[in-house]
Design a protein around this ligand. Structure first.
Ligand code: GLU
Length: 461
């Protein structure tokens, strides 16, 4: 059974890069009928916060990504790590190192002066003398001194590391007994039965160390997929300004979870030239072997395009519910269907859609000067009055019925359509733009339309 995981460090919010590897891991587990588990890597007490953990969980909930089983918190597993540290000590695979900070510092300086790689020199590796007094030891693992460590990576192929160049006997427990990062990651992945690790390639350099731990403890090494980073349009690492921001900020900006997930799945993975993927298609088609080898480019226009697609395809009741989060309450608006049908074709985000709705349902308090100049030409008051009179005597409901009244006016007064369309638009909305004028009137209804016409005439004639 395929078991994947997402293992965020709660030092900040869930960001887009983290979410993408989470999504890949989630999809791969689902596709295989396997398990996707969540592990919170909260061992760095100084930098972790409960708030960040909650924010990550909230983002998962918003996106509908469900993890299997209980969430594992590294901070609650000290006993487990201690047991394995003891095991390695007992087996002679790890040892206590009494080197003081000053000695280590000195060694570093000498190595740097000699243009050598800064590296622990193994001076306590085979030590069996009397330990110096007053030094609390750290515990180091015996790493191979030579030979190769090969990461069989599902994206990058075999990545070969020379033990001599990259490893030293790295610390697995600090002087206060607390275990270190690569040690606990390897133990947790092994004990949680994770057999496929999908993560950012910024972790590739950690992998040989983790392999050392797996081997020392006799654990099976999982399959690794190191996913290339997301870059901005300049080919640089994605920054906050480019969108590497809190995933929940996308919710506030009015993106739909399905659009964001669809956007992310295509960042670094492809299936032919298909762009639109429903969740079930993603689950069916995703395969980490198709992850691109090079960095992917974050493109906001693409995200907007996808979001527009999903907004258009969201049922109106659902939109009503979503818009309420943007302060627009349409629950009891009797023309909400017509309104949303007209507007959802045009909005790139829910926020934008909310703005469009607001613009229509709110009676204008001001009129755009440029629009007035352009639309309120000679005779406009008479034209709108004529329209108003005809409207008073009819009971239109549908956009086409409003349109018919406009046509009557046009024919009767022998004017072009723009002569009524433009002033009517500005009278109703206070400016140019917006959807079809017939639709706007059908949404406003007869009374409100008449009221706005009267107000526009009173204020602007
Ligand atoms: N906790 C690590 C991070 O948030 C991820 C560890 C891993 O995926 O192995 O970057």
């Amino acid at each position: 059974m395929v078991v994947t995981r997402f293992a965020p460090s709660p030092t900040g919010y869930l960001h887009i890069g983290g979410l993408r590897t989470a999504l890949f891991s989630y999809l791969w587990a689902r596709k295989n009928g396997g398990k996707f588990v969540l592990r919170i890597e909260d061992t760095d007490k100084a930098r972790n916060s409960d708030e960040a953990t909650q924010a990550i969980l909230k983002a998962f909930e918003w996106l509908g990504l469900e993890a299997d089983g209980e969430i594992t918190y590294q901070s609650k597993r000290d006993d487990i790590y201690a047991k394995y540290i003891q095991q390695l000590l007992d087996e002679g695979k790890a040892y206590r190192c009494y080197m003081s900070k000053e000695e280590l510092e000195q060694l570093r300086e000498t190595q740097m002066a000699n243009k050598e790689r800064a590296k622990y020199d193994g001076r306590y590796r085979d030590f069996d003398g009397t330990p110096p007094e007053g030094v609390k030891p750290v515990i180091r693992i015996k790493a191979p001194l030579s030979g190769e460590i090969v990461v069989h990576d599902g994206v990058k192929g075999d990545v070969i590391f020379q033990a001599e160049d990259i490893l030293d006997d790295f610390i697995i427990a600090r002087a206060d007994g607390s275990p270190t990062y690569n040690f606990v990651v390897a133990i947790d992945d092994a004990l949680m039965g994770i057999n496929e690790v999908i993560r950012g390639d910024d972790h590739l350099s950690n992998t040989p160390k983790q392999i050392v731990v797996y081997e020392a403890l006799g654990f099976d090494i999982p399959k690794f997929y190191h996913v290339p980073m997301i870059h901005n349009s300049q080919g640089k690492k994605l920054s906050k300004r480019d969108g590497a921001t809190d995933v929940m900020a996308y919710k506030e900006m009015g993106y739909l979870p399905e659009a964001l997930l669809n956007f992310l799945v295509r960042l670094g993975w492809s299936h032919g030239d298909q762009e639109i993927f429903s969740m079930s298609e993603m689950m069916e088609l995703f395969d980490p072997k198709d992850i691109n080898k090079s960095a992917s480019i974050y493109n906001t226009e693409k995200l907007d395009w996808l979001n527009a697609h999903y907004i258009k395809n969201t049922p109106n009741d659902k939109l009503v519910e979503l818009l309420s989060e943007f302060g627009v309450v349409l629950t009891s608006h009797d023309k909400k269907e017509i309104l949303l049908d007209a507007l959802k074709e045009r909005a790139k985000t829910l926020k934008e859609l909310a703005g469009m709705v607001e613009e229509i349902v709110t009676t204008p308090s001001e009129y755009d000067a440029k629009a007035l100049k352009k639309a309120m030409k000679e005779g406009w008051v008479e034209i709108l009055n004529n329209f108003g009179a005809k409207l008073t005597n009819t009971e239109p409901h549908l956009p086409s019925e409003y349109h018919a009244i406009m046509e009557e006016v046009v024919n009767e007064m022998e004017i072009g359509f723009g002569k009524i369309g433009m002033p009517l638009r500005v009278a109703l909305l206070g400016k140019m733009g917006g959807p079809n004028i017939d639709t706007i009137m059908a949404v406003l209804g007869k009374e409100e339309t008449l009221l706005r016409i009267a107000q526009a005439i009173a204020k602007n004639k």
